[in-house]
Design a protein around this ligand. Structure first.
Ligand code: ADP
Length: 399
């Protein structure tokens, strides 16, 4: 099956074409990739992408997969029909940078290639089994009924980590269960999984343009740092992360800001950019911190503090940790940050090997000999998850 994965940003369109063979999508090969920046007309660039693929000999596309972000009550891996387009628009206030481009992209594919099925794999899908005690906020019931709860994001990335970490740790049973999660549901009920005498407890740190930490027991997410919107959890590149709800009315009163000003400042001028005053990219912030810039140093320290806060929360919740995983642009490429996150955890049984960490190889285990918990770097592979789940859904619908 040929699956096109469409990655839509507010001004970009990137694509990857995969050939997925094998009943469970175990064999996946990327055939082509490409992309466009500064996009104003999705129809035009999607047409251009189809022409590029056709001239490279890729004339057949069996399905298009989308890594959609937030659809409120609509989640999981499902056909991206007009109901999905509407759900994306209805929740666009919570994911303004992500939902409108996906709604527009899905509509454009529907209009241009009506015979090719479209599939949405929601970033919230991985958190379907997080128990209410971990996804409810302590707000009046009417707020919950209006959809105000913790959803979680980066689901495709953390799901890849769930599968790959189990494979690397020699737990084929868990790797298979993790792979089948969206098709078959959890192998054991998330609550009864706590009785498993030999659970696999993974804490996954997706650290990139935006970041989150997720606790994963036996391939199933038990909680995550991201909440209602992608503005939550860790300080993000330019989005705020967790913030006391009292801060918003307080800033409006003290600084004379409108609600629109607050939203703009919290979604574009906060996070690592707001703290450091230097950049939204950790590379620039690290350079400035190394030259003695105090705000840049503070931004990095606050980021590490946030990561350790959530690692600690899931460590306790799962009664231990078999592997701490680093993934995405920041997690894969910054030995200094991994060292800072792992500092002083020997008492908990987690000890990195400085030489392995400094070598900064792609996929690797950084744990020192004798470390009880493993420390893995796993390159992010979200597109593969989207391609595979798309193929599996289309195959299951044909049966
Ligand atoms: P996204 O897909 O969300 O845009 P990525 O996972 O690609 O984000 O991560 C982007 C971030 O990763 C950049 O902001 C940068 O700070 C960091 N990063 C990427 N490459 C490197 C590198 N070679 N060295 C250090 N940091 C890097």
């Amino acid at each position: 099956m040929r699956v096109l994965v469409a990655n839509l940003g507010s001004t970009s369109f990137k694509y990857r074409l995969y050939a997925i063979d094998g009943i469970d999508g175990a064999e996946a090969r990327m055939l082509a990739r490409g992309g466009f920046e500064r996009v104003t007309d999705y129809g035009a660039v999607i047409g251009q992408a189809m022409d590029e693929l056709a001239s490279a000999g890729h004339k057949t596309i069996d399905a298009v997969g989308f890594k959609t972000v937030l659809g409120g009550d609509i989640t999981g891996c499902l056909l991206a029909d007009e109901k999905v387009e509407q759900a994306l628009l209805a929740t666009a206030d919570l994911a303004p940078a992500h939902n409108p481009p996906y709604a527009a992209g899905i509509r454009t594919f529907r209009e241009r290639l009506p015979a090719v099925p479209r599939v949405a794999l929601f970033e919230t899908a991985f958190y379907q089994w997080v128990p209410p005690r971990a996804h409810r906020y302590a707000v009046p019931e009417a707020w919950y009924e209006a959809g105000i709860r913790r959803y979680g994001f980066h689901g495709a990335s953390h799901k890849f980590v769930a599968e790959r970490s189990a494979e690397l740790l020699g737990r084929a049973d868990i790797a298979t269960a993790a792979r089948n999660l969206y098709i078959a549901g959890p192998a054991a009920s998330p609550e009864s999984a706590t009785q498993n005498p030999k659970p696999l407890r993974v804490i996954s740190c997706h650290l990139g343009g935006s970041s989150s930490v997720t606790g994963i027991r036996d391939g199933v997410a038990i909680g995550t740092s991201m909440g209602l919107s992608p503005q939550s959890g860790l300080p993000q590149n330019n989005r705020v992360g967790d913030l006391d709800s009292g801060a918003i009315p307080c800033a409006m009163r003290r600084l004379g800001l409108s609600l629109a000003d607050v939203e703009k400042q919290l979604t574009r001028e906060s996070g690592l950019l707001g703290l450091s005053g230097v950049s939204n990219d950790v590379r620039d912030i690290k350079t400035a911190a190394d030259k003695g810039d105090a705000r840049a140093r503070l931004a990095l320290d606050a980021f590490v503090h946030g990561i350790r806060h959530w690692v600690g929360a899931f460590w306790l919740e799962m009664g231990g940790c078999d592997a701490l995983v680093f993934t995405a642009g920041i997690g894969e490429n910054n030995p200094w940050l991994r060292a800072a996150v792992c500092e002083n955890l020997a008492e908990l049984g987690l000890v990195p090997d400085p030489a392995k960490n400094a070598a900064n190889a792609t996929e690797q285990n950084l744990a020192a000999a004798g470390s009880r918990a493993q420390i893995l770097v796993i390159p992010a592979n979200e597109e593969l998850v989207v391609a595979r789940e798309t193929a599996r859904l289309i195959t299951s619908l044909k049966k």
